[in-house]
Each structure stands twice: as C-alpha cells, then as structure tokens.
Design a protein around this ligand. Structure first.
Ligand code: PMP
Length: 436
C-alpha cells in the first residue's frame, strides 16, 4: 500500500521532461519530499529523514515564527523599497549590530540571493578601487550569475570556466592544509606568501588587484578550516596592494560556526565587504552585502542601484523573525554544543574505520572526508556516493561535496538535537561496519 502511494517514480520522469539536464538533483532515486519540521524531512510515503545538509533552513523547517511573519506582513504590505519602510531600516540595523564592534562596516544593501550578493560585492570592489582584477581561490563556489560564476573556480561546478574564465579573474592556490600544496595547520604563512607573489606578478602585468574573495572556512571543499594565520596574512597583503577583502559568508556565516557568528571571526579578521544569503530568510530568498559607506558610495559612479524585490518589507520581516528565533532559541550555542558532539562522534569513527580521514569544520558546518589511503589522501568518491545512498535508507539525508565528491557534507538546521546527532553517527557507524 505504501509503495502504491510512492509517486516519486512518476515525479522523476515528469521532472526530467521539463527541466534542463544541468539542473542538479540528488540521489539515483530521489524521494519526493512533502513537508519538513525542524531538522526532519518527510516524504510522500510518510518516511521521515534527518536533514543533515540544509544550511538554507537554519532555524529548521516549518518554523512558526517565520510563517507568522510572512502571513502578517504580506497582508499589510509588500512592494519595492523606494519609499520609506520601517522594516528595511530595522532589519539593516539588526544586521549591523551582529558585526564585531568598531568596524567601518555601517552600510547594508539587500538583494535576493547569494549569487547576487557576490555579484554586487565584486562590482563594489571594482567601483571603489577603479580596478578590475579579482583574485579568487581554487576549488571555490560563489554563485551562478556571470560575475559570481567567473570567480567560481571549482572544476566540479564550473568546468566551462577552466578554459573560458574572463581575464579579470586570477585564480590563486587554495590553502587546503589537509591535501594542498603545503600540509599542516602551520602553513598559513606559506600559502599567504604564495598569494603575495601572485599579487606582485599581477601588479607587474598592470593588473592591480581590486578585490580578493574567499570563504572564511572553505565550504565547498567540505568545511576545511583555513591554516593558522592565513586569512590575516592574506588580507594584509591584499590591502597593501590596494585591494579590498571580500568574505563570502553565504554558507559559513550566520551562527553556524557556533563559536562565532561569522566565519571570518574564526581568523580574527574584519573584511571590507561581506556577502550573506542562504539562512537569512530560512528558505525565503534574501541576500545582502555589508560594507562601509565609503565603498558603497562608489557604486554611484555606475548610476542608481536598485533591486525590485531586494529589501522589501516582507523579506525584512522574515529576516527579523529569523534573527529573533536565532536569539530566542539559542541556535548559535546549539550549533557549538551539538556540533562538537557530532565532530567528536565522527572522529571516534575514524579510530575504527580506515576510510574516515580528516573530520573538517567547526560548529554545525562539518565535513567527513572519506579516503582510500590516509597518506596519499586518495579520494573515496564511489564509496562516498554509495554510503550516502545507504544513509538515506537509514533515514539520514547526507550528501557529498568537494572537488573530488569524497567529503560528506554536514550542515543541518541549527536546531539539530543531540539525540539526532547521535543517531547520525550510529547510522554511519553501521554503514561503515556492514558495508554499503
Ligand atoms: N556563495 C557561496 C559560498 C555559496 O555556497 C553559494 C550557494 N551554494 C552562493 C554564493 C550562491 O548563493 P545562491 O545559490 O543563493 O545564489
């Protein structure tokens, strides 16, 4: 009877007929998800899954506070943002209050997605410096628009750009201390020195740097934390060369690190431009750029800036409801406590299962790297895919990431409970023990 009600086979062929092949989907036989509650997803056969990958829905699925905010505001007003709206100022002020004290970051521009945020950040850097060149790190994902795609360097996400990248983008080495050019946590200075050489070379070619963009923790690589001192050293070199530092916090910011609200705080730096999106609206499309007035005002040289839906009263109300819930429910602290528990659980698995290599990340942004050999770090890509399929059967949604698709990405809603975290670790233990 349950099987009869499983519409996922029909739904898959329906999707395949009307979607472009490049529109990504997960799993060989994806489940048809009908509803979500907190860190759970429920499919049309009433099976529940623990959602370990949803960093968009930071508060958890079906959050009543967000639902109420939408319901209330959409009945009152929702339109573009060119009059005065209290919600817009209130939300922007709330965002600024989340920044470390005494920074020059005093200006907010609201748009609708992470790609738009990155696009706008690049435009700001170019407008404020009067230069073109942007330095991006290898193996990064920053979005799908023309500009954010140009700085997306992951061969997995953007093979096209390997040969067709616009000449205003320079790709620098990725400081991956686990499998990069230099290994170990004390390699920050070596990687930053290489970046410094790149900057000198660019200047010698007359391509002075406008901006440097990177994630403050390497999200696309699976939550790989930067080697000690890298970001501070890199920012100093970029600034000395006259460029601006852009932190892409779309994934790693907004409380997910647990021990800090922002990813860049892990490295003790303050960026010139910050991009945010995904969790801001708990699934509702909101994106933003935070910068200084001086940098933001440079946009005027390019004419008016306006986004029809960006910063509308509805999205601001949703954004405020998200921040309220994060505070009231102590979600950043939960990310720290449950994240530590989860990471310790995964590290314990590494003592018993050879395939488990380094466990990356911080808070509830973790990555379990699966390798065939811990010395050579040969990626266990096929194994990782099969393990994800088996985890699905055990009721856990966990998926792969990184250039080599061999890292289990772990970025659940921040309301994940200790009980569910323990279940996920025990399910993974079972799969690794029984085979997949
Ligand atoms: N930056 C980073 C680091 C991202 O992970 C993403 C999305 N995966 C983006 C930007 C683009 O965000 P969006 O999908 O909202 O356009």
């Amino acid at each position: 009877q349950l099987a009869e009600r499983d519409e996922s086979v029909d739904e898959l062929s329906r999707r395949e007929q009307i979607f472009a092949s490049a529109q990504e989907r997960y799993y060989d036989r994806p489940m048809q998800i009908e509803r979500g509650w907190r860190h759970h997803l429920v499919d049309t056969t009433a099976r529940a899954y623990i959602d370990m990958v949803n960093n968009v829905t930071g508060l958890g699925h079906g959050h009543p506070g967000v639902a109420d905010a939408v319901n209330r505001q959409i009945r009152i007003l929702n339109t573009n943002s060119r009059f005065l709206y209290r919600e817009l100022a209130e939300y922007s002020e709330r965002l600024l209050a989340l920044l470390p004290p005494n920074t020059e970051l005093d200006t907010v521009l609201l748009i609708n997605s992470g790609s738009e945020a990155v696009d706008l950040a690049l435009r700001l850097a170019q407008a404020a410096t009067g230069r073109k060149t942007v330095v991006s790190l290898r193996e990064a994902y920053h979005g799908w628009t023309m500009a954010s795609d140009a700085v997306t360097t992951s061969a997995y996400d953007n093979p096209y750009a390997l040969e067709n990248r616009p000449d205003w983008v320079h790709v620098a080495d990725v400081p991956n201390q686990f499998r990069g050019t230099y290994r170990g946590e004390n390699t920050g200075a070596a990687y930053a020195a290489d970046l410094g050489r790149d900057l000198e070379q660019l200047a010698a070619e007359g391509r002075e740097v406008a901006g440097f963009i990177c994630e403050s923790v390497l999200g696309n690589a699976g939550g790989v934390v930067l080697p000690t001192g890298y970001l501070a050293d890199a920012y100093a070199r970029v600034r000395a060369a006259g460029g601006l530092c852009i932190a892409d916090e779309v994934q790693v910011g907004f409380g997910r690190m647990g021990s800090s609200f922002w990813g860049f705080e892990q490295s003790g730096v303050v960026p010139d431009i910050i991009t945010i999106a995904k969790p801001m609206g708990n699934g509702f499309p909101i994106g933003g750029v935070i910068t200084s007035k001086k940098i933001a005002d440079a946009l005027a040289s390019q004419g008016q800036f306006f986004s029809s839906a960006g910063g509308n009263p509805l999205s601001c109300r949703v954004g405020l409801a998200v921040l309220d819930a994060m505070e009231e429910e102590g979600l950043q602290e939960n990310a720290r406590v449950v994240g530590d528990r989860l990471a310790n659980g995964f590290r314990e698995l590494a003592t018993r299962h050879d395939i488990v290599g380094p466990v990356h990340g911080e808070g509830l942004y973790l990555g379990v790297e699966l390798v065939r050999d811990r010395e050579t770090m040969e990626p266990a890509k096929a194994e990782a895919a099969a393990i994800c399929e088996r985890m699905k059967e055990l009721g856990v949604v966990v998926l792969t990431t990184s250039e080599r698709s061999n890292v289990l990405k772990v970025k659940p809603p921040l309301c994940l409970t200790a009980e569910s975290a323990d279940y996920v670790v025990s399910a993974l233990d079972r799969v690794l023990t029984e085979g997949w």
